[in-house]
Design a protein around this ligand. Structure first.
Ligand SMILES: [Mg+2]
Length: 319
């Protein structure tokens, strides 16, 4: 199928339109006709035109005014215009015609073959423009596809960079970023913030006795438990081998200790299941003080955890 090439023929006299149509009839154009300036403007907004053959003398809006309006609209200003006139052949009119931005000014009578040659040039230009437009539209689509693939890949990468592979909790690096932000938010809006540091008891014994896959299963079990018991705004991470850490915004130390105690009890419960593995964990709980920064908060939580270990494990110590 050959591509339709729309051309707009504008003249107030039907016999002039028919004469022009007859000249270009067999050139593969989709000929659109208008008998007034207003019609011409309306149709130029509706069609992507290869060319406009424009009469100069018309009642109401004349051809020059039509051309200027078409030029001034960004949707139509690239359409080439050829004036076709019998009456306005003086030099000043021709100059005015070209100054509207028209590409040619044909004075009747002219040789039909001349009009055909000129019109043919604009048909070729139109078809080239279409090829380029299609190329860019494909390119745009390709860029869009690649961009969304990239975004997906980046999302995956950020997720991987922030996540501990085994437990799918956050990793230590991501946690540190969140901790600083959480501390400054708590300061700025003056609310409580607490931290729980956790170490699974006798974990090495699990690994040594039952193997590493059993150890991994214990870590995953504990991580699942944290996910179930935390609120959405809490941030939990795997801190080290069998160490975990949680920040709890909007939470005073006693509420954090109560949560730690519930987690401790729930984890202990898990040991009753089929395995002969005894599960327990020790918890250090601290609340953010005036004088704390991220480092001191962590080291106080660590000290509380150490005390829980020393005092016999499977317990919560609040400092
Ligand atoms: Mg006329």
């Amino acid at each position: 199928m050959t591509e339709k090439v729309p051309i707009l023929v504008v003249d107030d006299l039907p016999q002039n339109i028919m004469a022009l149509e007859a000249v270009i009839a067999d050139m593969g154009f989709d000929v659109i006709t208008a008998s007034s300036g207003n019609d011409a403007l309306r149709l130029s907004l509706k069609h992507d035109l290869a060319l406009i053959l424009l009469d100069v003398q018309m009642p109401g809006m004349n051809g020059f005014e039509v051309a200027r309006l078409i030029r001034s609209n960004p949707k139509t200003n690239h359409f080439p215009i050829i004036f076709v006139t019998a009456g306005m052949k003086d030099l000043l009119s021709q100059i005015e015609g070209y100054e509207t931005g028209a590409v040619d000014y044909l004075i009747k009578p002219f040789e039909p073959i001349i009009l055909r040659s000129k019109v043919k040039v604009f048909r070729e230009l139109y078809l080239q423009r279409k090829v380029i437009e299609r190329f860019y539209s494909n390119l745009e689509q390709l860029v869009e596809e690649r961009t969304s693939e990239l975004k997906e890949a980046n999302a995956t990468i950020s997720h991987l960079a922030a996540t501990d592979e085994l437990t799918e909790l956050y990793n230590r690096r991501y946690f540190n970023d969140r901790l600083s932000a959480a501390i400054s938010a708590a300061r700025r809006h003056s609310y409580h913030l607490s931290m729980i540091m956790i170490d699974l008891d006798h974990f090495k014994k699990v690994n040594d006795t039952y193997g590493h896959s059993a150890g991994d299963l214990v870590l995953k079990t504990f991580a699942d438990l944290l996910r179930d018991m935390m609120r959405a705004e809490d941030v939990a991470a795997r801190w080290g081998g069998e160490e975990f850490i949680i920040i709890l915004p909007h939470t005073p130390g006693d509420a954090a200790a109560a949560l730690a105690e519930r987690i401790r009890a729930a984890f202990e419960q898990q040991s009753d299941r089929a395995t002969a593995i005894v599960l327990s964990a020790s918890f250090g709980v601290v609340q953010l003080h005036e004088s704390d920064d991220a480092d001191t908060l962590i080291s106080r939580a660590d000290a509380a955890l150490y005390r829980a270990k020393r005092e016999g494990r499977n317990r919560v110590v609040v400092e």
